[in-house]
Ligand binder design. Structure first.
Ligand SMILES: [Zn+2]
Ligand SMILES: [Zn+2]
Ligand SMILES: [Zn+2]
Length: 323
């Protein structure tokens, strides 16, 4: 299935280098440009992009990783060292004196104004009795540590987080791949070809049109109207039409009182779709490699089925009965 929104998305990359990721307030990866291009029914932009990347239509390129606060979903956690005993960040590198008696403490504790005394044994300090080291001294508890613990902290909610507890998001940018260029032109050619074929039959054509029904607002690839005859057609472009999608599309067509035309750009359809086409619920056409529409298509998992109907006959379905 190629939705009008998806085609719009891929087509945008012919004029724009790439879609760049952003992080939203809720910590999700978003692609604002893509959101605007897609219709609601297309789903999440990141999923659509990933889907096309997995099919090689788009090239996904690693940008970076960002880390999200698990408490409040804010992006951009900060690194901090903390006291290994009480986890307070208020443990700072401090000059620590260790007296020969075994007592160790920050230099300040030994400073008696005029002279230096050990606060524990009260002896006056002699330089040979003292070891000076720089260590982490906790200002919240009595811990003195050679190496502090490492954490992340959130600028928004001030949570202290274990480094591995941060939510990691991988950011990708997406651009059009060489395969994607071919894919795109095939879908667009299919759309253009059916639009022209309908136009020749005196239909007025609207490409990528938003149609509004009672329930939803929806885009269709081509909307064709012969106002003289009161005849309307809608076109769905599919790579390999499957029953569910086709049924959905027929429903939309129905609500618009338009006859559905389904085009397969791969030349194949799923088996059940053929039955629907035979029952004249819909017109099924294949867009082949040399740029023409035909009524011959393959069925997935079965032998080629040919229809002797000519294209003209297929497009010139009878005018629908109006209620
Ligand atoms: Zn937070
Ligand atoms: Zn502490
Ligand atoms: Zn001492």
């Amino acid at each position: 299935m190629v939705s009008p929104g998806e085609l719009r998305l891929v087509n945008k990359l012919t004029e724009k280098e790439s879609f760049e990721p952003e992080i939203t307030d809720t910590g999700a990866v978003s692609y604002p440009d893509v959101t605007q291009l897609l219709d609601d029914a297309d789903g999440k932009p990141a999923d659509v992009l990933e889907h096309f990347a997995s099919r090689d239509v788009l090239a996904g390129e690693f940008v970076s990783k960002v880390y999200i606060c698990p408490e409040c979903t804010t992006e951009g956690l900060q690194y901090t060292t903390v006291c290994p005993a009480c986890e307070a960040p208020n443990a700072t590198e401090t000059l620590v004196l260790e007296h020969a008696c075994g007592y160790a403490g920050p230099e300040l504790e030994f400073d008696a104004g005029d002279k230096y005394h050990c606060p524990d044994c009260e002896m006056e300090l002699q330089s040979e009795d003292v070891d000076e080291t720089t260590r982490y001294v906790c200002n919240e508890c009595t811990e003195i540590a050679d190496v502090p613990d490492e954490r992340l902290w959130c600028r928004e909610c001030f949570s202290i987080i274990q480094t591995l507890a941060a939510i990691e998001r991988v950011l990708y940018r997406y651009s059009l791949s060489p395969t994607g260029k071919q894919w795109l032109s095939r879908q667009k050619d299919a759309r253009q070809t059916i639009a022209e074929a309908l136009e020749e039959r005196r239909f007025e054509i609207e490409i990528d049109m938003t149609v509004t029904t009672e329930a939803t607002s929806q885009s269709v690839h081509v909307f064709a109207e012969d106002s003289m005859m009161g005849d309307q057609r809608v076109v769905g472009i599919y790579e390999t039409p499957d029953t569910d999608r086709v049924d959905e599309f027929c429903e939309i067509a129905n609500s618009l009182e338009a006859h559905p035309i389904v085009i397969t750009t791969s030349g194949t359809v799923e088996e059940d779709v053929t039955a629907r086409a035979e029952s004249a619920e819909l017109t099924l056409l294949a867009f082949d490699g040399d740029g023409t529409l035909t009524t011959e298509y393959d069925t997935v998992g079965s032998d080629k089925q040919g229809f002797l109907q000519r294209l003209t006959a297929a497009i010139d379905v009878p005018v629908r009965e109006r209620q």
